[in-house]
Ligand binder design. Structure first.
Ligand SMILES: Cc1cc2nc3c(=O)[nH]c(=O)nc-3n(C[C@H](O)[C@H](O)[C@H](O)COP(=O)(O)OP(=O)(O)OC[C@H]3O[C@@H](n4cnc5c(N)ncnc54)[C@H](O)[C@@H]3O)c2cc1C
Length: 368
């Protein structure tokens, strides 16, 4: 019998495993793939977000703001490669300039107070290849080597005694009054656990279904929202992350330019709701990527864009539905004491991983 079992070794499950293994013995982390971070946590932009966009009062807003500082601190302490690149949100029309002002107000309501407004001339000085009427500059946005971050959580969780097992898919889970009975790989192995923490990312709603939770009734059903990236060769010379003004809460952050720590530029991700977990990037999207990017990077050539990677967001809202927050909840209220669900952990999940883990720890403390 384990006291705590975590399902899923993405950035959330690993951060939770490190946090809980500091405080509790007998923590088990199960991952269906052959290693950690095989799904969404390795198919994302690697941006440490500042916390600008999210509705005030949302966990997304609070955890992103807190998580940014905590990630920089942890990265410094553990030598995890990262860089505070700074980011520009660029307005190319008069209407977009007005949206910048509203974005700044929202950021301030979220406690992000380091933004400044740049003129066309100031933008040119920072980014000679960018053409825009105005921009919001976020100096504290940055990038991180997410694989090193995940590895660091993995190593520290292990050194605090957490048992982390790969190739172990949870295929059945039942609440037995005082504990949960878990089955791995269709019956290869069965055991009991006092508490169960669902960090299964794109499959978090399926784990709820295994337990008998009505995901439609609870509002837990996930929609897959794919984000494709294109890279550019030759690459434009950019020093900062460059984002267009977002067109709406469900449309993602717009086709932006991200940098990785090797200086490689990638454009994306776009947003496309899909039914299957399928990661191929279709070449015919090149023209629409080009049309978006050339609005703020006029020197880009369409033929320079090449299909790159993609990732899939586990979204709680479908297209045109109201924007939803992360669900991080201890489920005694619906008859599952000791079950903690982490559902809909889309962006800014990477930035928020440490506050999410601490929040889960508080929920475990309250339950135990
Ligand atoms: C395109 C894109 C770009 C993004 N960019 C950013 C960004 O720049 N900054 C940012 O802060 N956030 C970003 N995000 C969000 C961030 O990547 C996610 O919030 C985060 O990676 C989610 O981590 P996770 O651990 O919840 O999920 P995952 O990484 O998907 O991990 C879940 C794990 O659970 C395992 N699992 C599932 N079911 C079972 C089962 N039954 N048994 C055992 N194991 C199971 C899976 O194999 C998987 O490894 C982005 C997301 C996308 C899609």
């Amino acid at each position: 019998m384990f006291s705590i079992t975590i399902i899923g070794a993405g950035v959330i499950g690993l951060a939770v495993a490190e946090e809980l293994s500091r405080h509790y013995g007998s923590v088990l982390l199960l991952e269906k793939e052959h290693t950690f971070g095989h799904e969404t946590s390795s198919r994302q932009s690697g941006v440490i977000h500042a916390g600008i966009y999210y509705p005030p009062g949302f966990l997304k807003a609070r955890f992103c703001r807190e998580g940014k500082g905590l990630l920089y601190e942890l990265s410094e302490k553990r030598g995890i490669p990262h860089r505070k690149t700074g980011k520009l949100i660029v307005a190319v029309t008069e209407k977009e300039e007005e949206i910048l002002e509203r974005l700044r107000e929202r950021a301030e309501a979220n406690g992000v107070t380091d933004l400044s407004l740049l003129s066309e001339k100031e933008i040119k000085k920072k980014e000679p290849e960018i053409k825009a009427r105005a921009a919001l500059f976020s100096p504290s946005t940055g990038i991180i080597d997410s694989h090193s971050l995940l590895r660091s959580f993995y190593v520290h969780a292990g050194s605090h005694g957490a048992v982390i097992v790969f190739r172990s898919k949870v295929t059945a889970a039942r609440f037995r009054g005082k504990h949960y009975e878990i089955e791995i790989n269709g019956g290869e192995y069965r055991f009991q656990t006092g508490s169960l923490i669902n960090c299964a990312g794109l499959h978090a709603d399926s784990v709820c279904r295994l337990l008998g939770i009505d995901v439609e009734k609870r509002g837990y059903r996930l929609r897959y929202c794919k984000g494709d990236y294109f890279s550019a060769s030759p690459a434009p010379k950019l020093n900062h992350l460059v984002y267009p003004v977002p067109q709406g809460e469900n449309e993602g952050l717009g086709i932006h330019a991200t940098l990785d720590l090797g200086g490689r530029v990638r454009f994306g991700p776009d947003t496309e709701y899909v039914d299957e977990l399928e990661y191929a990037v279709r070449g015919e999207k090149r023209e629409s990527f080009y049309r978006s990017v050339m609005t703020y990077l006029p020197g880009i050539k369409e033929e320079a864009l090449c299909p790159d990677m993609s990732g899939i967001r586990p979204k709680l809202q479908g297209p045109k539905e109201p924007y939803r927050d992360f669900i991080i909840r201890e489920e005694s209220g619906i008859g599952y004491p000791g079950l903690i669900n982490c559902i809909g952990i889309e962006s800014p999940g990477l930035t928020s991983c440490i506050p999410v883990a601490r929040h889960v720890h508080r929920l475990v403390q309250e339950y135990m």
